[in-house]
Design a protein around this ligand. Structure first.
Ligand code: IMP
Length: 430
């Protein structure tokens, strides 16, 4: 039985929602393994729109187990609100359908405050974070001072954990001109939500190992995109977790051999939210056109996304790093009507040609894209359900992408509607 990992292969916002929903219908377990409520996953099912940040996409489908793994950082207050709003839409969420790893780090209000205070400092280059405390919480996890789900069960342990975190944070806050954290008020807030969160707490590693042995299908739902990976992304303009496929195993407590197929989600052009290098970015009417046609506004922060041509060198790189077996190519229809289309195949740096993005950030910023121009198409590709429905030039574009990224297309998505998909390889059956 195949277990599938879905990862974004660019800078996030590749259109994972629809693909994950399509796959989750056929999975038994859907697990988030990294990131937090910095993610914004929009699902459209039977005309109903569901907006998820922290909850795995599987929650909106009955009869599935949704899992928040230890690789995630969880804001418990946000989760409670998200559960309430999804319940209002008629979705049943209970400890039978939702499980949170006991060793999941919790995002505290002071993490968000620190995130935003740092971003507001004019003396340092902004990262353009979502301001939701993701980075500071991961820092505390590695710094061995984070408060975890299991700590909520015992008030004495919880107080010890809070003390440990505050020694660090209050010193930091002093330097940033922020008031010290009110420990008593924080403990009160935590004790108040503890029962609500603890009802979902479970040894996820154990449950998933058992599910795996019982032949259940697991879908690992990645958030963000590989170029925002803490190690392999465009550092320091990245998120604070490993978002690549290898993280799926450590982020829930399964071995790497639990992963059978890695599906990379790839948009037919490139976008990025926040700061950082973006070699194929367009500052002209073509960029505007991609943004408008593609409705490229952030679902979490509402920010306008930066847009550019497809960067095959970058996707070739992320396919290699995540071991992507096949890609789901999304939003091809946004390119309808362009007379010619450009594909970035590599970079020119100080007179040299590179077929990958170098690591040093100053070099990344100086990389000039090398383009190849291909013919566009005037017909609409929106809603196409077979290769025959696509204009020849669009098929050629897709085939050229496959060649350049050295990875085949498993799925082609031609509109937000779930049935508007051309299936080449079923990741669960491969
Ligand atoms: P953080 O994850 O809030 O720390 O933000 C770090 C960087 O990751 C910023 O450039 C954000 O815009 C970006 N980012 C975080 N989550 C997402 C996402 O789900 N989609 C796209 N970009 C994201």
């Amino acid at each position: 039985m195949a277990n599938v990992v879905v990862v974004g292969a660019q800078w996030g916002d590749e259109g994972k929602g629809k693909i994950v929903d399509w796959l989750s219908e056929r999975a038994d377990v859907i697990a988030r393994f990294q990131g937090g409520h910095n993610a914004g996953h929009t699902l459209v099912i039977d005309g109903q729109v569901y907006k998820l940040n922290a909850l795995p996409s599987g929650v909106v489908r009955g009869g599935k187990l949704s899992v928040i793994g230890n690789g995630v950082v969880l804001d418990p207050w946000h989760l409670i609100k998200e559960i309430a709003s999804i319940r209002e839409q008629g979705v049943d969420i209970s400890p039978e359908t939702l499980m949170i790893a006991e060793n999941t780090p919790l995002i505290m209000p002071f993490h968000g405050e620190l995130d935003r205070a740092r971003e507001a400092q004019a003396s340092v280059a902004k990262i353009g974070t979502t301001g939701r405390g993701i980075g500071p919480c991961y820092e505390d996890k590695v710094g061995r001072r984070v408060i975890r789900v299991a700590d909520l069960a015992d008030p004495a342990t919880l107080e010890l954990r809070v003390d440990r975190a505050l020694v660090h944070h209050n010193a930091l806050r002093l330097g940033l001109g922020l008031e010290p954290v009110d420990k008593v008020a924080l403990l009160e807030k935590l004790n108040e939500i503890a029962p609500e969160i603890l009802q979902y707490a479970a040894p996820v590693w154990k449950v998933l190992n058992e599910k795996r042995r019982a032949g259940k299908r697991i879908l690992f739902e990645g958030a963000q995109g590989s170029l925002l990976d803490i190690d392999f992304g465009t550092y320091p303009f990245v998120t604070s977790s490993n978002v690549i496929a290898g993280q799926a195993a450590t982020g829930v407590g399964l071995g790497p051999n639990a992963i059978d197929f890695v599906l990379g989600i790839v948009k037919a052009y490139t976008t990025r939210v926040g700061e950082g290098p973006f070699p194929s970015e367009l500052h002209d009417e073509n960029g505007e056109r991609l943004g408008t046609r593609g409705r490229e506004f952030g679902t979490v922060t509402g920010r306008k996304r930066r847009c550019g041509w497809f960067d095959a060198a970058l996707v070739r790189q992320t396919c290699a790093i995540s071991g992507i077996n096949g890609i789901a190519l999304t939003k091809l229809d946004v390119l309808d009507g362009f007379e010619t289309i450009r594909i970035c195949t590599g970079y020119e740096l100080d007179g040299e040609v590179l077929d990958y993005l170098p690591t040093a950030s100053d070099q990344q910023a100086r990389c000039k894209p090398i383009y190849e121009e291909v013919e566009g198409w005037s017909q609409s590709t929106e809603g196409a359900r077979s290769w025959n429905d696509l204009p020849g030039a669009a098929v050629k574009y897709v085939r050229r992408i496959e060649e350049l990224i050295q990875c085949p297309v498993a799925l082609l998505s031609t509109s937000p509607e779930r049935d508007d998909t051309i299936l080449v390889t079923d990741p669960f059956e491969d």
